[in-house]
Ligand binder design. Structure first.
Ligand code: ATP
Length: 137
């Protein structure tokens, strides 16, 4: 069954949005297959966002991700990668539709509360990076 990697970013954790965000995926009908609260090292955040290393906002993005603990999760279900991206909403919260997580809870692109893998292939890589231990069946 398809899996995706979802991360509640430090602002989402600090603002007390963890259960609200998890509830959206749970109520949709997806299954949680991994969950941990984790503080990440700079080198780990750089690895997670390696594809964006040439972007001008890269160092600010890394500073943001290491500014506090994040909640790392694996979610499973039919078309879970694409559907979770829709539930999360557009990258820039100003473009995110009401009813999406970013549309409802974020204002700034640099504080957009949650990450979701953008393809099945990135999900596979991100799950291997964040959950190197044996997955839950
Ligand atoms: P994510 O990977 O976090 O799910 P995304 O796939 O919607 O986001 P990407 O283009 O991969 O969007 O950007 C990764 C993250 O980098 C964004 O979620 C946002 O936090 C940050 N980001 C993207 N563009 C900008 C920007 N112009 N200024 C500041 N931060 C940005």
């Amino acid at each position: 069954m398809e899996q995706t990697f979802i991360m509640i970013k430090p602002d989402g954790v600090q603002r007390g949005l963890v259960s609200e965000i998890m509830g959206r995926f749970e109520k949709k009908g997806f299954f949680m297959k991994g969950l941990k609260l984790q503080s990440v090292e700079r080198s780990f955040a750089e690895k997670h966002y390696a594809d964006l290393s040439s972007k001008p906002f890269f160092s600010g993005l890394v500073d943001y991700i290491i500014s506090g603990p994040v909640v790392a999760m694996i979610w499973e279900g039919k078309n879970v990668v694409t559907t979770c991206r829709k539930i999360i909403g557009a990258t820039n919260p100003s473009d995110a539709a009401p009813g999406t997580i970013r549309g409802d809870f974020a204002v700034e692109i640099g504080r957009n509360v949650v990450h979701g893998s953008d393809s099945v292939e990135s999900a596979r890589k991100e799950i291997a990076l964040w959950f190197p231990e044996a997955p839950i069946n």
